[in-house]
Design a binder for this molecule. Structure first.
Ligand code: TRP
Length: 326
């Protein structure tokens, strides 16, 4: 089980860091992938853009290869049992531990005028998402480790107090290091919040991709054979590798090592490789977005399937807690 907040749009980092793995997982496990629209309300009280953002994310999931016949795709707000489990878990979560959560402290600092109770209990809602399906594995990045640890604590406390119902969920990291996608400015990795020009989005037009890659930082090239690469140059090579252009990668690497490299040419080739990779995803996502009936059918079927799994869990939970009187 995993969730993605519908804030911002997907980029190459989200593709190689998460989506690609979701697509693999759907063949091996019974997967639930959810758009965390309720979570986004803890920081975005303005819901005008919510519908558009949710449909955007779902269309990109589908365009990247998530198959609604294999994995269950749904919207958090459509599975009402989430909020019910959230309440029960809230009775087992303590103010002190919630206040200590890193993401809470960061967000409280970022929005001091809106430190609402749902912001504080964000990890409890996330635990509800996971435990609702009694999920064992949660494919997430390192930044979510603390939330997962809290989910394990809430599950253990529930089990201890009311009886064994929940497995303790663990982060699923695919057995190897997650791929890091470097940003185009040589600083850090691609992300939706940092430098927009250094991030390639799955919805970028061909022209925009060319423009962004052209601007990527380079230099005059090495003067001595086999010079170690500076970070920003290594990044460009890494991107070439990610998009699968191995022959080009080898060719430019040889050029680099013999001081023959022409970064202008390399970036031109990289841009075309990127476009070959992104354009089909972008076009597919666009076509899906234009077919609202299709999106609605998928999300309705997903909510029904997720609802079934949730109802089965909640039957057990209500009985265990002792609120099922007859
Ligand atoms: N908190 C996660 C994030 O910021 C999103 C999320 C919500 C999630 N519910 C989840 C992730 C359940 C995994 C499982 O990215």
């Amino acid at each position: 089980m995993s969730g993605i907040r519908p804030t911002g749009i997907l980029h190459l980092g989200s593709y190689f860091g998460a989506l690609q793995n979701y697509v693999k997982l759907q063949h091996e496990y019974n997967c639930y992938f959810m758009v965390a629209d309720l979570h986004s309300l803890t920081t975005h009280p303005d819901t005008q853009m919510l519908r558009q953002s949710v449909l955007h994310v779902v269309s990109e999931y589908l365009a990247c290869g998530l198959d609604p016949e294999k994995a269950t795709l749904y919207c958090q707000s459509a599975v009402f049992e989430t909020s019910e489990l959230y309440f029960y878990l809230n009775t087992l979560a303590y103010k002190g531990e919630l206040e200590k959560t890193t993401t809470f402290k960061d967000k409280a600092r970022a929005q001091p005028q809106n430190i609402n109770a749902a912001l504080l209990t964000y990890p409890v809602l996330q635990a509800a998402d996971i435990l609702l399906h009694r999920a064992k594995y949660v494919p997430v990045g390192k930044d979510q480790e603390q939330h997962l640890e809290m989910a394990r604590n809430f599950a253990a406390r529930f089990n201890h107090r009311y009886g064994e119902i929940f497995p303790e969920p663990i982060a699923f990291n695919f057995g190897q290091e997650l791929v890091k996608v470097p940003s185009l400015d040589g600083a850090g990795k691609m992300s939706k919040s940092e430098n927009q020009n250094a991030t390639i989005y799955l919805s970028d037009s061909d022209e925009l991709i060319r423009k962004k890659i052209k601007k990527a930082k380079t230099d005059e090239g090495p003067k001595v054979p086999d010079t170690p690469m500076p970070d920003y140059i290594e990044n460009i090579f890494q991107l070439l590798k990610l998009t699968g252009a191995l022959e080009l990668y080898d060719k430019f690497k040889a050029d680099y090592n013999t001081c023959m490299i022409r970064y202008g040419d390399m970036k031109k080739e990289l841009a075309e490789e990127m476009i070959r990779f992104i354009a089909p995803i972008r076009e597919k996502a666009e076509a899906i977005r234009n077919d609202e009936g299709y999106l609605r059918d998928i999300l309705e079927a997903g909510a029904a399937k997720a609802g079934k799994s949730a109802q089965a869990t909640m039957e057990l939970v209500r009985k265990a807690v002792g609120v099922k009187y007859f």
